[in-house]
Write a protein that binds this ligand. Structure first.
Ligand SMILES: Cc1cc2nc3c(=O)[nH]c(=O)nc-3n(C[C@H](O)[C@H](O)[C@H](O)COP(=O)(O)OP(=O)(O)OC[C@H]3O[C@@H](n4cnc5c(N)ncnc54)[C@H](O)[C@@H]3O)c2cc1C
Length: 401
């Protein structure tokens, strides 16, 4: 097993770390106190700097202006950028665009690629992914109410979605809708590109999340599709292939999220260390002198390292053996890392006392917004059930003494 990081990647990560420290983390305070859309001018400035440094769009194809990094290398990058909630956006590899780019690149027609892919990778436009519905369980996505019915050369889409992240200001949505209700459950739905200015695409509201409505890329919308008509040329892949495409999107996407979360863990951990080393809790006695805090530090260090190695291993396995062979590892990291994230943030916040609850550090932001990690891209419980079933099945064939 080789744990070496190539010379090129060491340089790339060093450059990114430096940029994050000097250019991105200092503007976070603005992010806490202003609407995300107010930050576009300064964020665009930073994005131009990243492009000049040739560090733009790390996981995306070189032919479209990305760096073309493989999953392992992007995993390392994602940890560096994950230290700030603005990191992935500034470097042009933010969700949900990254996943949509993957689908368009793998399954888009030439015309769809010409229309959307170059501009999406270049950061000129944004997109969103619209699958979860208000009245149906997102944890069982085969139960969808939204339909896309053929009419002439078009599809007419009707349905109510929510949690469509970053729909506010997006150029187009990739919508999951039922195209054949008579087909077996996993063949009923298709993915369709819907430009957000299509009549009948109604962005009803930005859902308030933990007291924050958000705006632009940093928002989650409820959308009502009301006789929303688009050409059948907007179908992605073939009809009935929606869930196959969703798997192509979710596998690498979960690795990206997990490595981003490790970046958050590492930052929260460093803040905890700094606070413990500087806060006096009795004359001459630092917080770091207390065993309970030392216990949190040791546990956090072990959990972060375990999480990092698990994710890098999953990325390696997916690159070498493919997505199907890596299903168990992907589910393991999805719930394991999301829970490490919660614990590390919570300990760091507790170590800061009242300061942790304030917006004077990044910790309260992480605490509010990263709770969702245990819900999106598959709730903990569903991943655990899937893993346990697979392990039990494999074990059934064994003769244990
Ligand atoms: C911040 C955020 C961003 C999101 N972004 C997007 C997006 O861009 N696009 C999109 O389409 N969706 C998005 N989602 C939606 C997300 O994918 C769903 O919330 C998720 O799939 C869960 O679906 P649900 O909310 O309908 O919960 P439900 O399916 O109703 O489940 C509720 C709870 O029931 C439990 N549960 C469910 N199934 C089982 C089971 N089999 N066994 C035991 N317990 C179970 C779990 O505890 C689960 O949390 C986002 C969600 C959040 C919070």
């Amino acid at each position: 097993m080789d744990f070496n990081v190539s010379e090129r990647m060491q340089t790339v990560i060093e450059m990114m770390n430096e940029f994050m420290e000097k250019e991105v983390i200092p503007i976070e305070r603005e992010f806490f106190h202003h609407s995300f859309t107010d930050l576009y001018p300064v964020l665009n400035e930073k994005r131009e700097m990243v492009k000049k440094m040739e560090l733009w769009a790390p996981p995306h194809p070189e032919e479209y202006g990305g760096m073309g990094l493989d999953l392992m290398d992007f995993g390392l990058v994602s940890e560096a950028l994950g230290r700030s909630p603005l990191g992935h956006y500034v470097f042009g590899c933010q969700a949900p665009d990254a996943g949509n780019i993957e689908i368009l690149h793998l399954h888009g027609t030439d015309a769809q690629k010409r229309k959307y892919l170059q501009r999406l990778i270049g950061g000129e436009i944004r997109s969103c992914f619209s699958m979860t519905e208000v009245n149906m369980p997102g944890s069982n996505p085969t139960m969808l109410e939204t339909t896309a019915v053929k009419n002439g050369n078009d599809y007419v889409i009707n349905g109510q979605k929510w949690y469509t992240t970053a729909a506010d200001g997006a150029e187009f949505a990739i919508v999951m809708a039922v195209t054949d209700p008579q087909a077996p459950p996993l063949r009923q739905a298709s993915m369709i590109i819907v430009p957000c200015d299509t009549p009948g695409f109604n962005n009803v509201r930005n859902i308030s999340i933990m007291g924050h409505e958000g705006s632009g890329w940093h928002s989650h919308s409820e959308i009502i599709y009301q006789n929303c008509r688009v050409s059948q040329d907007n179908l992605l892949g073939s009809e009935g292939e929606g869930f196959v495409l969703a798997q192509d999107r979710l596998g690498p996407g979960r690795i990206h999220h997990c490595m981003r979360w490790i970046g958050i863990c590492q930052r929260a951990f460093e803040l905890m260390l700094s606070r413990a080393n500087n806060r006096y809790i009795a004359p001459g006695q630092l917080l770091s002198s207390r065993q309970i805090i030392q216990g949190w530090i040791a546990e956090s260090a072990a959990e972060i390292q375990a999480a990092r190695l698990m994710v890098l291993h999953a990325a390696w396995k997916m690159s070498h053996l493919g997505q199907k062979a890596t299903r168990t590892e992907i589910s393991l990291i999805k719930f394991f890392v999301a829970n490490v994230l919660q614990k590390v943030i919570d300990r760091a916040l507790q170590t800061h006392g009242g300061l942790g609850m304030s917006d004077d550090t990044i910790l309260s932001f992480f605490y509010r917004f990263e709770r969702a990690a245990r819900i999106y891209d598959g709730v903990d419980e569903v991943h655990k059930i899937a893993v346990a079933k697979r392990i039990l099945n494999e074990f059934e064939k064994r003769n244990v003494r």
